[in-house]
Write a protein that binds this ligand. Sequence first.
Ligand SMILES: Cc1cc2nc3c(=O)[nH]c(=O)nc-3n(C[C@H](O)[C@H](O)[C@H](O)COP(=O)(O)OP(=O)(O)OC[C@H]3O[C@@H](n4cnc5c(N)ncnc54)[C@H](O)[C@@H]3O)c2cc1C
Length: 377
Amino acid sequence: MPLEKFDCLVIGLGGMGSAALFELKKQGLNVMGIEQFSIPHDKGSSHGLSRIIRLAYFEHPSYIPLLKRSYTLWRELENESSEKLLLQTGSIDASLPDDRVFKGSLKSCLDYNLDHEILDGNSLTKKFPGYGLPKKFKAVYQPEGGILIPEKCITTFTNMAKKKGAIIKEGEKVLNLEKDPYGIKVTTNQKSYLAKKAVITAGSWTSELISEFHSILTPVRQVMGWFKPKKEEDFTKEVFPVFNLEVEEGHFYGFPSLDQTGLKIGKWQHRHEKTVPDQLRTDIDKEDEEVLRICLKHYFPKANGQLLNAKACMFTNTPDEHFLIHQSPSMPLLSASGFSGHGFKFCSVIGEIIGQLIIRGKTDYDIDLFSIRRFGR
Ligand SMILES: Cc1cc2nc3c(=O)[nH]c(=O)nc-3n(C[C@H](O)[C@H](O)[C@H](O)COP(=O)(O)OP(=O)(O)OC[C@H]3O[C@@H](n4cnc5c(N)ncnc54)[C@H](O)[C@@H]3O)c2cc1C
């Protein structure tokens, strides 16, 4: 039996793969997406009901042009699908005045002329009463920050791609990739396919398919917790912006209580617990809770109530926490990985970049920061 043939196969349909599939189909390619689990699922990096999107970006100013395009594409997807995916709440980036989060966020606002307001701990509480930081802290408030609903973003991308004619396989795991006269041969636990090109967006599983990434990509267990506020009205999305907070206890991020689900909080890198993706520890223990509660106790005392829910998830870290977009030198194979705990907001623009790289071999965007060359390869 001849093998089915495609212009492009997308391997892994989480945040990035679903966006890439949508973009490639929109550009008229004969595409198929393959996902080992269901769409969506809670075993990778893209579950948990909310992801922060923000324009003020302390991580590196090169992300801001990508973020601006990302916002436009998320809004276009909302219009095309009639789904609400992005909730604007404003964003707070707070730390001591000389620390990275406040300084970097302010720099990005000044460099890119972003609307913003500078607050100290007291004026922050006055403006947003759920916050309880000491006066010595400084915060950048940027009004365009907000929340993406990740599971809904993924199903919207895949549903829209399907509507346009993309084929989607769920519960099928890619096991092997090899060069072929047609382009590339992809073998799953069910069958083999041929494609002119393939994209790997396999998140924490990427180095199972590209073994040379083992030394670059590190999957790390994360925990998100939802806590019951004492006064729900101080933590709704209308009065409580999403936040990044750098304090002596670590770097925390959080979200308002959406429909009384509780204030959601996570600690950047959590307990630095490296994991193997198929062995992610999903039970939540007392220490996981304590890691998060310490931040509530000191900085959000009005939200230090009962733990309502908690979930484990994975970051796929690179050594410098910048992304990795790589064209294989030996096969027509493009990979996008290493989103290091801050990738979701970029799914829409990464989808577009993947589309441009697959179709034209180059992209309009400056993605030098994401090159493998920085690791001496
Ligand atoms: C707790 C937590 C909080 C976060 N907070 C934020 C935030 O606030 N803002 C933000 O922008 N980002 C945030 N991130 C980061 C962001 O969610 C990730 O960067 C993003 O989801 C990564 O998407 P991905 O497509 O690379 O991975 P995934 O969504 O995990 O997708 C990879 C997919 O590939 C599939 N797959 C893997 N191997 C195979 C195979 N062999 N065959 C078939 N399918 C395969 C997997 O099953 C999976 O569905 C957070 C991450 C976590 C864990």
